[in-house]
Design a protein around this ligand. Structure first.
Ligand SMILES: [Mn+2]
Length: 316
């Protein structure tokens, strides 16, 4: 069966893609995201089976996504595996969805009959990369491996891909090697890049510590020039806030891209989606890890509104 695979470029996406590739046999792999998938998916015409992994279906595009995949499902088998929160009421026969696990764990389960049980460690690299290593399924897999070796390999992968984040040829190679169950520490430059990334991260940590701005409920940093998710965690910790934000100005768009990381019961996916759209931007993700994009002129107001929205959510 002629298969094509679309996946995300982070650890969880790479591992989901590798699991799909191992199960489906040699197939082209494309990297995409929740915005570009609508156009990228045109490459899928003419394939018998289309596998999509770890790509969120966000509210603003949900109707178009349904139409697009419904039409593809008429002539191909569509397997859409994801774990991001869905727009209210969204369901589809081609969608294999659960917010309670990483996309890698879901992909491993979906294709389990076609995969060697040893591929469970690849599923764990993805689960750890997406902070989904404490789900019931991940805990079961964990029992079959030495935890220290597993986390070392998962860390090598997620740190190693921080260097050259947009090098899709390199990532395609990674997916192929992971599909062979090659250890991340044995793959090309990964181990060396992981070391460099760890050094960069620690330098960034110290910059966040000295530059973090604390509001009432959130703490933020701007232009840390590093992994935004991690900068957001450091902003939350050093700003002693419930939510940390890291934003970077993008010249060509005159907008800020941002990541948010939270603790507690505040649902960042919902709050950020709402506050971002009120400020002419977009956003969403998971309850405790979200992100988005805000026009530069609205960034200040966005931070003020978000601070307020988090405050009222905590009072509930
Ligand atoms: Mn994921």
């Amino acid at each position: 069966m002629k298969t094509v695979i679309f996946t995300h470029g982070d650890s969880d996406g790479l591992c989901s893609g590798a699991l799909a590739l191992a199960a489906c046999g040699d197939s082209p792999v494309y990297f995409t995201n929740p915005v570009s998938v609508l156009t990228d998916i045109e490459e899928a015409r003419g394939y018998d089976r289309i596998v999509v992994c770890d790509i969120a279906i966000n509210l603003p595009r949900s109707a178009q996504m349904r139409d697009k995949f419904e039409s593809l499902a008429k002539s191909s088998e569509v397997i859409y595996i994801d774990h991001h929160p869905l727009p209210p009421g969204f369901s589809a026969p081609w969608l294999f969805h659960d917010t309670g696990a990483s996309a890698s764990e879901l992909t491993f389960n979906y294709f389990s009959n076609d995969l060697s049980p040893d591929m469970s460690r690849v599923a764990m690299y993805g689960a750890i990369g997406d902070y989904e290593d404490m789900t019931p399924g991940a805990r079961r897999i964990l029992q079959d491996w030495d935890m220290r070796s597993l986390y070392y390999q998962a860390g090598t992968l997620s740190q190693g891909i921080e260097i050259g984040r947009r090098d899709y040829e390199f990532k395609r190679g990674l997916v192929r090697q992971l599909a062979q169950n090659t250890l991340p520490s044995e793959i090309g430059m990964l181990a060396k890049n992981a070391l460099i990334a760890a050094r960069h991260e620690d330098e960034m940590r110290r910059r966040v510590q000295s530059e973090v701005v604390r509001m009432k409920n959130i703490a933020y940093v701007l232009d840390m020039n590093g992994c935004m998710g991690k900068a957001a965690i450091f902003a939350r910790v050093y700003g002693k806030a419930v939510v940390g934000i890291s934003a970077e100005y993008r010249d060509h768009r005159d907008a800020y891209d941002f990541s948010a990381r939270g603790i507690g019961d505040v649902d960042l996916n919902i709050i950020i989606g709402d506050v971002a759209s009120r400020n002419g931007g977009t956003g969403g993700g998971h309850p405790r890890a979200a992100g988005g994009r805000i026009p530069a002129k609205n960034m200040n107001q966005f931070l003020l509104d978000l601070d307020k929205a988090i405050g009222s959510a905590m009072e509930k």
